[in-house]
Design a protein around this ligand. Structure first.
Ligand SMILES: Cc1ncc(COP(=O)(O)O)c(C=O)c1O
Length: 432
């Protein structure tokens, strides 16, 4: 398809192509507004439990994913400051060139040990870690099966890999099994399903021949629902259908499991999951993505992942923060117990008020979504909270499915009980 030529500048009205381009964008944005779908950036004074917004309003912050409050923990600040003083503010190069300082290696070792993995690898964010893992390990001719509610970064990563991407309905392992069965049967009788035929995989412009791979990919805790995957059932399917098991523990690391290692630990499948992705941006209170896996997996990502090769290593202060957060998760288990207690109390009160809460089952996570339906209803509820001194995020399509818009409340261990009292009271006033 040939590209249409750029329209010429309109000399009569002196409106340039750029002016028309900006007008068009402004119109497109205006069309989002009536449906409650227009997003606006704002400035919030800090990332703590009480914040001031740019209109001068002081609010209790129920939007922070720093579930353990580690982003404000004195030991975390001290680790970051000391790394800045000793090593400066930036790594200066990619991991493969000269950006991997001893503090990066130390953080990787601490994290690998925490996750009971052979090796760990630091990336700039959870988003890039997912992108790096999936694009390095999967490609044309492979099959990636994802839970329909997997985080956007996993979906983007799967699509970018070039593999065939299939989703199964949220938590429906029977549907996943049917999907795997179909592909397996087609492979066994040599039918032309390209996803499972031995094929040439094109990586870095060089073709290599290998057996096609299947991947089962899931969040462990789903970011917008706060519910959890059935990892043992998924691992059983991975065993039966020879699939690689990939789990994104973004919202579980630091919170679930006896040592806080995540849902893999809590559901006793640490040895059965091949690749785990964590982020330092939530309970760990910093920034950075961490992949834990066996050494050949890590070495492959180092050699093939463009989001690692072509980007700068995280600053030494962030590596120090990651190492320190692992230490605190081990030594301060009361933080995860406290946020669990706050969540149980809030959920129970909201349930008795009649709110539509997504069931969490055995594993309690500090994500409490109030599902209201339409985007504009979620915006109205968030405004109600705002007007009563609470910052809470309206979550709308495309982040969630149409008709399931919600306000997502995030809890943190450093919130006093009075903040929970307040949110319970304000929520009750929306219903009357
Ligand atoms: C499940 C999941 N994976 C990955 C990410 C991306 O993490 P990061 O913020 O570190 O890029 C998020 C963040 O929202 C997430 O919820």
């Amino acid at each position: 398809m040939s590209t249409p030529p750029l329209p010429p500048a309109d000399h009569h009205t002196s409106q340039t192509y750029a002016d028309r381009f900006y007008d068009e964008l402004t119109d497109e944005l205006a069309r989002l507004d009536p449906d409650g779908l227009l997003r606006r950036l704002r400035i919030v004074s800090s990332a703590g439990p009480v914040v001031t917004t740019d209109d001068g309003k002081q609010l209790l912050n129920f939007t922070s994913n720093s579930y353990l409050g580690l982003n404000e923990h004195p030991a975390m600040k001290a680790a970051a400051v000391s790394a800045v003083n000793e090593l400066g503010t930036g790594a200066g190069a990619s991991l493969l060139v000269s950006g991997r300082l001893p503090i990066h290696a130390r953080a990787e070792r601490a994290f690998a040990e925490f996750k009971h993995a052979q090796a760990a690898l630091l990336l700039p964010s959870g988003y890039t870690a997912n992108l790096a893992a999936m694009t390095a390990l999967a490609g044309q001719g492979d099959l990636i099966c994802l839970d329909k509610l997997c985080h956007a970064s996993l979906i983007d990563a799967a699509r970018t890999s070039g593999a065939e991407v299939r989703t199964y309905p949220h938590l429906k392992t029977d549907k996943l099994e049917r999907l795997l069965q179909k592909h397996h049967a087609a492979a066994a009788c040599g039918l032309a399903l390209p996803a499972i035929q031995p094929s040439e995989i094109i990586i870095h412009n060089s073709a290599i021949t290998r057996t096609p791979r299947r991947f089962i990919v899931t969040d462990s805790v789903f970011s917008m629902d706060g519910d959890t995957a059935d990892l043992p059932a998924l691992c059983d399917l991975a065993d039966e259908y020879n699939a690689v098991m990939v789990v994104d523990e973004a919202h579980a690391t630091g919170l679930l499991g006896e040592t806080g290692a995540g849902l893999c630990e809590a559901q006793d499948v640490t040895d059965r999951v091949h690749i785990v992705i964590s982020t330092a941006s939530k309970a760990l209170g910093g920034l950075g993505g961490i992949i834990t896996a066996s050494q050949p997996v890590i070495d492959t990502i180092v050699n093939r992942a463009r989001p690692l090769i072509y980007t700068t290593a995280i600053p030494p202060s962030q590596a120090a923060v990651i190492a320190q957060s692992v230490n605190l998760i081990k030594t301060e288990p009361q933080l995860r117990q406290r946020v669990r207690g706050l969540t149980l109390r809030l959920r129970s009160e909201l349930k008795s008020q009649g709110w539509n809460l997504i069931p969490q089952g055995e594993f309690i996570t500090p994500i409490v979504p109030l599902v209201v339906g339409e985007a504009k209803d979620a915006v109205a509820l968030a405004e109600h909270f705002y007007n009563h001194g609470i910052l809470a995020a309206p979550i709308r399509p495309p982040t969630v499915a149409p008709g399931s818009s919600r306000v997502r409340l995030s809890l943190r261990a450093d919130m006093p009980e009075e903040h929970i009292d307040r949110v319970i009271d304000v929520a009750s006033r929306f219903l009357v």
